[in-house]
Design a binder for this molecule. Sequence first.
Ligand code: NOJ
Ligand code: CA
Length: 560
Amino acid sequence: MSEKDCWWKGAIVYQLIPRSFSDGNGDGIGDLQGLTSRLGYLRWLGVEAIWLTPIYPSPLQDGGYDITDFKNIHPELGDLAGFHRFLIAAHSHGMRVILDLVLNHTSHLHPWFQRARWAPKGSTEREVYVWSDDRSRYRDAPVLFRNFETSNWEWDDVAKQYYFHRFLRNQPDLNYENPWVQEQMLEVVDFWIQRGVDGFRLDAVPFLFEEEGTRCEGLKETHSFLKKIRKRVDESGKDILLIAEAIQPVNEASKYLVNDELHGAFNFALTAHLFAAIASGSIHLLSDAICEAQQVAPECSWALPLRNHDELWLGDGHLVSEEVVKMIRAGLHQGHGHWLNWGINRRLAPLLNGDPRANRLMHALLYSLPGMPCLYYGDELGMGDWPGLRDRDPNRTPMAWTPLRNGGFSSAPDPLLVLPPITAPGYDYRVINVEVQKELPGSLLNWHRRMLTCRRLLPALRNGDFQLLESSHPSVLAFVRSNETMTVLVAANLSAAGTSLYLDLSQWEGSRTREVIWGAEYPQANDNWFIYLPSYGFSWWLIGEVDEALVQSNSPMKDS
Ligand code: NOJ
Ligand code: CA
């Protein structure tokens, strides 16, 4: 398959938490049945791939990232037959399905861990996890969940040893030095490929192997194992996407983006710079971050999130200045910024002070930059959060579908709901929900849908080259995406003040220019091309003529 044909190149990914999306059987917990019934909505919106956070059996001590059986479905979500029905339905709607795959650890209740702690010290069964007689091993590995844990080691009274855990003490790390572990996880990959999934989001990839005297991140053995997964996936002969979750600066995260390793990785550094740019009104560091991101192998691609089910990472003081971090927290609508382990556990809308113009601008950039835009469920509505909930629950609350009870998420009595639906002032589900926003032509939801429809007609935004343009204004980012069918100019004003400026379009001197979203004709391109961008304004312009036939044949979801 050529690079241009990869289904995931520029695909619109929609991340959802199945427990919080839609409850099909009325027990208060979102499930596969409910999700299947909402596929028409996702297709209507313009989603191309659905990423499900973990759906496996789990005691849910870490939102399902603590798994007890990698080859099954959590009974509250359904079963394997229900998953099959969901997958077939998603495919028949023209959407792909990406599963979360947690490689680094299991739940402490996983049978492998229970067997390990009772097995003799040093036996193969014990060595499925990482053990030590004292806590001095791997002391350079930082504790990640700083709010919950003080050490990466936990004493086990049965095993009479400490076990290693990079996350919660309920999530012991698998021992990848043990070939049995590697083979088991490769079989998990096979299992889900055989069931028809289209891709995997590989959780916490940097941490698979440990080595004394290092931070135990991104070691060469870890890369070698990921290459084994890639080989296995390639051997299936299907176009399976592998995306790395590595919350690291671009120069580290890009190490997974190699021809024979992973196809994609989240660009969390770009996310941090987007928030910093809109908080400070300055694009200086953002444009550097965007340019840096373009240095990866052309076959590989970044996944571009704004928010997700975790904290908002702002780079641990290395990417974004303390002053800007303070500005982001200070701007938070309703209460203070909630700093959890290493970031802010709030949703997009409150982080943008409830301003739909800022929501549109941030998403417009995702929809314009090279990579896979990742939309977090509810952000297409500007859904709010519940800052008082524990851990990362503030941004994991039920999807708002209708103004009816529980936002149409579930018919169950309130106390049974997985999490409380949002009724916070300004974000009440009786106003912010799918049904109401569908009816309002100017709603955020209809804006997202229009943008995604428009984007499908502009394949250069999906797979085109990227060129940053010199901008004469410190708040305006301008760049061009072009492929063989068209050239698209993008300009975005990251400041709350409207602004006019001149762009140098002499490369396209004399070409026709048209604004795409509203369809306005602009003056021919020249070296002093004038534009006005309102507060948080942005636009897409076509430069020159377009090969309409080629555009049509290039656009995915032609019939929608
Ligand atoms: C990253 C996941 O996104 C997060 O939710 C989880 O807590 C950790 N990995 C551990 O699996
Ligand atoms: Ca249910």
